[in-house]
Design a protein around this ligand. Structure first.
Ligand code: CO
Length: 297
């Protein structure tokens, strides 16, 4: 077995265990920060590292929400909660997500995402066009009376890279782009009773280094402010993988903003449904083999 497959499987095993523990912690009244830290610490205890901050996106927020340092916000009773988690072993990443419907009133929304993912996975084999996978996802979601979120996609995974080619749309698009044997991909249908589009909110807690600068301290020597250099040096341990502001020892807003403007950091604002529709999401990481797939997570 190649190192890539072995370590991706290990990252997947870690996430499976963490996911099994989630129902006992994703409960009304729990602090969001407590949930995120629980997930991130468990990944480390089980022998991996977080591949990105634990995302806990609630109701119309679809992705990229993670609590901030000292965050006091708690989970409300009626929430639709997407928990999207990633682990890596030596840079080999697995990525998975699950939705909790705390009120029990949005089961169909969750079921639509689950069924879309299940149908998509059974379609994947080497040589298949991403547009065929997307078509299955969209048709399944529509059969439940909902819409996919058209501007959120599945993706390839690579060493130290949480998002790479191929882009796997949640509708029929990307004709000619093939899924090939040996690829590691994440499929993640997002379902909404809104319009099917997400837009940025102003809240940003997740960042990554510019991939061209993420490999060596040398790139930061020209940065003149000491505080800015310190942030970049600290972020270097994550390479190109996303990290949370709360993971940094110091992160003054003005300095972070400057680093974004100067192209050193990328920001991932919270993505929210444009008509405030509720959003559900499920995700699995797959290793693509010749005639089948291994579901890693
Ligand atoms: Co993903």
């Amino acid at each position: 077995m190649s190192e890539k497959i072995e370590k991706t499987l290990k990252a997947g095993e870690i996430l499976k265990k963490v996911k099994k523990e989630l129902p006992s912690i994703v409960k009304p009244g729990k602090k969001l920060l407590e949930i995120a830290e629980y997930v991130e610490n468990r990944i480390v205890e089980l022998g991996g590292k977080p591949a990105f901050p634990c995302n806990i996106s609630i109701n119309s927020d679809a992705a990229h929400f993670t609590p901030k340092k000292g965050d006091e916000r708690v989970l409300q009773e009626d929430s639709v909660v997407k928990v999207d988690i990633g682990a890596h072993v030596d840079g080999y990443v697995a990525d998975t997500a699950v939705t909790f419907d705390l009120s029990g009133e949005n089961q169909k929304l969750v079921e639509a995402a689950e069924k879309a993912l299940e149908n998509a996975i059974s379609t994947v084999k080497s040589g298949i066009d991403v547009s065929k996978v997307g078509k299955v996802i969209e048709e399944t979601i529509k059969s439940f009376g909902f819409r996919p979120v058209y501007n959120l996609t599945g993706h390839g995974l690579d060493r130290w890279i949480a998002h790479t080619k191929p882009t796997i749309y949640n509708y029929e698009a990307g004709k000619g782009i093939k899924i090939e044997e040996g690829m590691i991909i994440a499929i993640e249908p997002f379902v909404t009773n809104g319009l099917g589009k997400v837009v940025d909110r102003s809240e940003v807690e997740i960042f990554s280094l510019n991939p061209e600068l993420a490999w060596s301290e040398k790139s930061f020597r020209v940065v003149r402010m000491k505080q800015a250099r310190e942030i970049l040096k600290e972020a270097l341990q994550y390479r190109t993988l996303p990290f949370a502001k709360r993971w940094l020892s110091k992160a003054p807003e003005v300095i972070i903003s400057k680093l974004i403007r100067d192209g050193y950091l990328r920001a991932y604002p919270v993505l929210t449904e444009v008509k405030n529709g509720l959003v559900s999401q499920v995700e699995h990481t797959l290793i693509v083999e010749k005639d089948s797939v291994i579901v890693v997570t």
